[in-house]
Ligand binder design. Structure first.
Ligand code: ARG
Length: 635
């Protein structure tokens, strides 16, 4: 394989020996690990420090001008010497004829290492050609036992999206969908067995109310045609009625009237009774509710498909068994985790968890006075059921930071129940708000409408370039893809926890770090490839030693960082880690075109440059697909 050849070129390094010498070294998937291993060996000889201490101390740089790897002298923990002096000495002793690195530079406490152009260019491009869509994959990460792949892979449950039936799919659900889809892809790339769960809000008194609304105003045809909008309209209408009714009753009560009968006949009471029928498993009530649920899921599925997302399980609050919840609450009572308070059962965290933490966790209710369970109770039961069912090694909840407290309460209760091991496997991946998602018809906007509006806008932009437009096979589909990319890239640009403002003009612009810009960068390489008219064999046979220009070398240096970027993303769990990398790479690409002409250059040079751009195309595509984007070839 190309990586073995690269390892052989460097004296004394065979892949097997490397793997034994460095436990976290995977040159077959990450060529840069070979560089790290080699550098650790060289530095071990110079510094006298063990190579295993040096290896993890080698860090990335912020930009190429600062080198390809960095070492902070204090990380080697040498006592009694000034780190800046050490760094000067080591740099001076670094062999001038090292096969992979130039002589390092010393800045303060740091040594900066720059790779030599020849080996990186001739090593990395063939590796990317060879690995293709797998370049960046790190299957070892998900192994139960890296030394023994036969022991199988670790399993992760990612719960995300989780909209509420008959209520708007709002920005919070959109973010959860985008981030969750990305995380699921990420863990898959890292070799985990990934289970994607959608935990629908599909249970509670409000679904009794919805059924009443359907009995009164429902329209079969509208329900099957557009269940999500129809159910939402019914929901809005009946809620307005219920609010008006409540006000009336309140007025009469204050006027001294006896309102007992009015209350017994009220919508609120009817909804409660209907929901009671549902929890009692009344066949007719359940059948009606199931229809609402199934039709909604069918519609959601279509939207998810547009976003490249599928779920292994449509779970939901309705799927939590009443009996299981009953048992859990009884256990909680027996263990003194919850106690009675005005007829309800509450968890008084302040009495259970010492200090500030107990106070911060507040006093949630787990069973209402009328015996019904709550959102939190369902989550407790569902979490344990999921653990039974999937035996996961890790579980991620992708839920807005508005629910930070809820998830903290949930994990703490699991811990107090004696399941510290399970609680330790659970993680809340949170995110901030989307501001300024303005609307056409009031306060809500459905995801499908948003995606359609953005797609329309992209379609308009595409039409402005008539020649190009004529060449795009299915302009509407491409506009849809570009629109989705716009929304997703804007969402993933900042850190998850930051709020951002939904801005249609900014997100659809080709200026700046946007979805359309990223797609354009990808399509542009495809277009060069089409015009160059070179075959795969031509590219495989290219003489890569012709790629000596700084622009070419810098692109390769960035391409070499892709597997490290994936590794880093597994630590940050931030889409922006990937996106920042992709924009650095696309910027390097676009500034290179004037210097590295393909079409019009002499044939050998053309082949070499095309091989470079083709490798960049692969990495860009891999990164975009990891984010959940659909890379386009023409636009
Ligand atoms: N359906 C909920 C909402 O829209 C989100 C569910 C989050 N997941 C959970 N396990 N509680 O607010």
């Amino acid at each position: 394989s190309p990586i073995e050849r690269l390892a052989q070129r460097v004296d004394g390094l065979s892949l097997g020996a490397l793997a034994e010498r460095y436990p976290n070294c995977h040159p077959e998937t990450n060529p840069f690990d070979l560089y790290r291993a080699h550098l650790s060996d060289v530095l071990a000889r110079i510094t006298g420090v063990d190579h295993k201490i040096i290896y993890p101390a080698l860090s990335w740089t912020q930009s190429l001008d600062k080198g390809d790897l960095m070492l902070a002298a204090p990380a080697l923990r040498i006592k009694g010497r000034r780190p800046d002096e050490l760094v000067q000495e080591w740099a001076a002793q670094f062999p001038a004829d090292d096969p992979l690195f130039e002589k390092p530079t010393a800045v303060n406490y740091f040594m900066a290492f720059y790779v030599r152009a020849g080996p990186i260019v001739q090593g990395v491009i063939p590796i990317i050609r060879h690995q293709g869509a797998d370049y960046g994959r790190c299957s070892f990460h998900g192994l139960r036992d890296p030394a023994d792949p036969a022991k199988g892979r670790k399993r992760i449950v990612v719960e995300f999206s989780s909209p509420n039936i008959a209520k708007p799919f709002h920005a919070g659900h959109l973010r959860s969908t985008i981030i969750g889809g990305f995380l699921a892809n990420l863990y898959e790339l890292a070799g985990w067995d990934v289970v994607r769960i959608n935990y629908l809000g599909d249970w509670g008194k409000q679904y009794g109310l919805l059924a009443l609304a359907f009995e009164r105003y429902g329209d079969e045809e509208a329900l099957t045609r557009d269940p999500i909008n129809h159910l939402f309209q019914l929901y809005v209408r009946i809620n307005a009625e219920m609010t008006a009714e409540k006000e009336q009753i309140e007025q009469r009560r204050q006027a001294g009237e006896d309102v007992a009968q009015l209350e017994a006949d009220s919508l609120d009471e009817q909804a409660r009774r209907y929901f009671r029928k549902m929890t009692d498993r009344d066949p007719a009530a359940l059948a009606q509710w199931r229809r609402f649920r199934d039709l909604s899921i069918a519609r959601y599925r279509e939207t998810y498909e547009r976003l490249n997302i599928r779920f292994d399980e449509y779970s939901g609050e309705s799927q939590v068994s009443e009996e299981a919840m009953h048992r859990i609450v009884e256990q909680m009572e027996a263990k003194g985790i919850c106690r009675e308070d005005k007829g309800a059962l509450i968890v008084d965290f302040q009495a259970l968890v010492p200090g500030k933490e107990g106070k911060r966790l507040e006093k949630p209710i787990v069973r209402k006075r009328d015996g019904t369970a709550l959102y939190l109770t369902r989550d407790i039961s569902e979490l344990l059921a999921r653990h039974d069912k999937y035996q996961f090694d890790h579980m991620i909840y992708v839920v807005a930071s508005a629910q930070d407290l809820h998830l903290k309460q949930l994990f703490k209760i699991i811990e107090l129940l004696g399941h510290q091991d399970i609680a330790a496997k659970c993680q809340h991946v949170n995110f901030g708000l989307v501001l300024g998602m303005s609307t056409r018809r009031g306060t809500v906007k459905f995801l499908d409408d948003i995606l359609r509006d953005v797609a329309d806008k992209m379609h308009e932009t595409m039409r402005r370039n008539e020649t190009k437009y004529a060449q795009v096979e299915d302009p509407a589909a491409t506009a849809d893809t570009l629109g989705i990319s716009s929304v997703m890239v804007q969402d993933m640009s900042g850190k998850r926890i930051n709020n951002y403002t939904f801005n249609m003009d900014a997100m659809t612009s080709f200026e700046g770090d946007t979805g359309p810009y990223l797609q354009y960068a990808h399509a542009r390489v495809s277009s060069i490839r089409r015009r160059a008219g070179l075959s795969d064999d031509d590219l495989a046979a290219a003489d890569l030693s012709l790629l000596t220009e700084p622009h070419a070398v810098n692109i390769v240096r960035l391409l070499a960082q892709w597997p490290d970027t994936v590794q880093n993303t597994l630590r940050t769990l931030e889409p922006t880690t990937v996106l920042t990398y992709l924009f650095r790479m696309t910027h390097a690409l676009s500034s290179s075109y004037d210097h590295l002409q393909v079409v019009g250059s002499e044939r050998e040079l053309m082949k070499a440059r095309m091989a470079l751009y083709d490798a960049a195309h692969t990495v860009l595509g891999n990164g975009m697909r990891l984010l959940g984007l659909n890379p386009v070839e023409r636009m």
